[in-house]
Design a protein around this ligand. Sequence first.
Ligand code: SAM
Length: 474
Amino acid sequence: PEVSPFLEPGPLTKVNSLAILQLSRDNLQPVYLKSPDDEHDGYAEGAVVNTRYGSFPHSTMIGVPWGSQIRASKVDTGSRGRKRKRQLDEDAGRDVASPNENENDNDNGHEVEARDAHGPAVSNAIKKAVADTSGFIHILPPIPEIWTMSLPHRTQVVYTPDYSYILHRLRARPGAVIIEAGAGSGSFTHAAARAVYNGYSTATSPRKGKVISFEYHEQRYHKMSVELSEHGLEEIVHLTHRDVYKDGFLLDGKSPEADAIFLDLPAPWDALHHLSRRRPAHGGDEAPWVSVLNPKRSAYVCTFSPCIEQVTKTVSAMRRLGWVDIEMVEIAHRKLHTARDRVGLNLAIDRGVNNSARDVDEAIARLAEIEDRFREHSRPKGGAGGSAAAGGDVDDMDEDEDDKAAVAAAEAPTNGDASSPASSSIPSWMDGRLVARGEAEIKTHTSYLVFAVLPREWTAEDEAAAAEKYPCSA
Ligand code: SAM
């Protein structure tokens, strides 16, 4: 079968494959790229994604390298497109709209809808505000990190800073088997699937990496099943609809021989007794005990809980069940904004508009103010030339927070100064001094991570086998 784009995206975008459109920094939209021959909304070009930055026919996004910038196209909603839509509608037996009904659908490839909670009254203001930035998007591969940023949320999800650390501590690697519960929105699932994927080659590893996933909410289970199949991950992720507190983690009574377990559940301590190597004291004695853990390796567990009371209960259950090396970690993730100082203005505009404006009018006023300040600072000082001032470290500024980057851009020496002989040889993306700014404080608490290890058991047979394999030379 074709390998999932989440595991091996390949160099180019493909038809019928998932792609993530990046409209702006934090605005991502998953799209299945359709061939122009597939059914679509009647555009002559085939399927089209309409955004506030313009219209993007799928045909312009197929067969391009991942990460490409895609320019907006002027799409034909006119004669050819409408004719085709009417034809499709007639074929499908739908009511056919009057020929002029969609006339204003598209505004020269810059369709701008006032759907941003600002209401139709401000749509012109939005148009004006976005006019400078409209016209292109980027097309990104559906890797787990990007999927986490764009996936449809059905629950709270585990984000990249947490899951990258968790997978590292769980020793997730190609060929490993990881149990997870609950599956939720599948954010962790996608990252885990990639971590254990070993190309299904039996040459180097006799074992296929697997994610054994459980979810007891029926709708979430069904949505996730569809998603796994659409993403080509059903070979590697085995999803089961089950309450794991009650029914544990065996598959048809058989052990998945798990190397690691991730529990993102409200009460992980209620699931831990299913993760023993032997029948726990209170485990009943009707059926023969089968452990879900790999008998040949130590097992690694991580639980993910927002409250410290949950941590206390989990740790106490772990101790009773023989887990060792118990440790709690909180990931305090801090974002660093980095930029070339020549583009400090953009950074300031972005922050000024996105973070501090209450409405569009205020955003536009703020934008004008930032531009004025920028111009003011860019003006040559005392005849010494516009870029003579040294230093200008962003942290030293006593300007108001939103304007710091713009001020830094104006004050710092730049490689791209028109008078500099080197300017022509420097690519634009390297032009200017690199500045970084961290968030003042860490704002979000995600969860507490509790890690622990259950060592493998060592029997007399294991000892005999080891003695045979590594005979003592003395
Ligand atoms: N880790 C997921 C992600 O990254 O998208 C999010 C998991 S969400 C916070 C917790 C999930 O656990 C919910 O979908 C819930 O339905 C499921 N759940 C809660 N109790 C469960 C149980 N006893 N057995 C199986 N799933 C359970």
